[in-house]
Write a protein that binds this ligand. Structure first.
Ligand SMILES: NC(=O)c1ccc[n+]([C@@H]2O[C@H](COP(=O)([O-])OP(=O)(O)OC[C@H]3O[C@@H](n4cnc5c(N)ncnc54)[C@H](OP(=O)(O)O)[C@@H]3O)[C@@H](O)[C@H]2O)c1
Length: 298
């Protein structure tokens, strides 16, 4: 059973956690900073980032944390955030692509894409691409990307990425989390071809009580609990991410999730389902993201 007690000393390492002000991202950032890492809290607005920083400093005055603004729904904000990181940091050991939005009313990103596809996938694709040169030159660096168990019931509808045909909030959420997993797998493949030593690891946190359900009604949340069983506290959901970020047992190109049916429990390495491993879909999604963002990597 892997827990936060297994986290080795992280002093000297620099890490970024996106969506660090809430839920799993906050728990992740807190544990990593308490274990000595310098953690950049990348949040949608400065107030949220500063609030998270103060909550961590209340636990430990010595925690090395930095509050920063990253709005993943706007590729311009992603570029600005990355530019600042590249100008002010000489290493990046771990990038955690954690931030996510789920089942909002139909909304578009600044560039006109469906919000969940834009924030959860495109924003993190661009962020990883901009920061890749820094990750590449940091020995033993890792890119951790959060998916969801729901990926298994999803597919990528390349004709509807701006919701030009129809909008179904849950379908689009699952599609975006499948895109996150395809991204992690395809990135591992491309890093391998290039011969770089960066690890790309996917995680999914199981069912957790967080703000992710903010767009659902109490009845819809109750139905989710009925279907999936008891939800974990976010500290427990963060364990899979923490394992991926620091454990020697984490493997590039693999998925880490809670051991009991993927919804509850402690971190375990599992096989990825075929819909996220298909190389033709991976290539198509990657090339599309390169075209939209204008970023080519690794
Ligand atoms: N909770 C679960 O059961 C569950 C299950 C499967 C997967 N996940 C995944 O776990 C990750 C963390 O979610 P959570 O459960 O911790 O939810 P959460 O409490 O709602 O946290 C989501 C975080 O993402 C941030 N975010 C949303 N839109 C953003 C944007 N445009 N730019 C930058 N940051 C943005 C949020 O910022 P604001 O607070 O400012 O909105 C918040 O910090 C997500 O990737 C989610 O898909 C969660």
């Amino acid at each position: 059973m892997w827990t936060t007690k297994n986290i080795p000393d992280q002093r000297g390492k620099t890490m970024i956690v996106t969506g660090a002000n809430s839920g799993i991202g906050f728990e992740t950032a807190r544990e990593l900073s308490l274990s000595g890492a310098y953690v950049i809290l990348a949040c949608r607005n400065f107030k949220n980032a500063q609030d998270a920083l103060e909550r961590i400093r209340q636990i430990s005055e010595k925690a090395t944390v930095e509050a920063s603004v990253l709005d993943l729904s706007d590729l311009y904000s992603v570029k600005q955030f990355a530019k600042t990181v590249l100008q002010t940091h000489s290493r990046l050991d771990v990038l955690i692509n954690n931030a996510g939005v789920a089942t909002p009313p139909e909304t578009k990103t600044a560039q006109g894409y469906e919000l969940q596809f834009g924030v959860n996938f495109l924003g993190h694709f661009a962020l990883t691409g901009y920061l890749y040169p820094l990750l590449r030159k940091t020995k033993g660096s890792r890119i951790v990307t959060l998916s969801s168990n729901g990926y298994q019931h999803a597919s990528i509808d390349f004709q509807n990425l701006r919701s030009e045909i129809s909008y179904d909030p849950m379908r689009e959420y699952r599609q975006s989390k499948l895109a996150n997993l395809i991204f992690s797998v395809e990135l591992n493949r491309r890093i391998g071809i290039k011969g770089d030593e960066v690890l790309s690891i996917a995680t999914q946190p199981g069912a957790n009580k967080t703000e992710l359900t903010r767009h659902l009604s109490p009845e819809e949340i109750a139905a989710g609990v009925e279907r999936l069983g008891t939800f974990m506290e976010p500290w427990q959901g963060a364990l899979s991410t923490l394992f991926a970020a620091v454990s020697e047992e984490a493997v590039s190109g693999k998925l880490i999730q809670p051991h009991e049916d993927g919804y509850r429990g402690y971190p375990s390495l599992v096989s990825i389902k075929e819909n996220a491993l298909d190389t033709a879909t991976g290539k198509k999604l990657w090339e599309l993201a390169e075209e939209i963002t204008g970023i080519h990597f690794p």
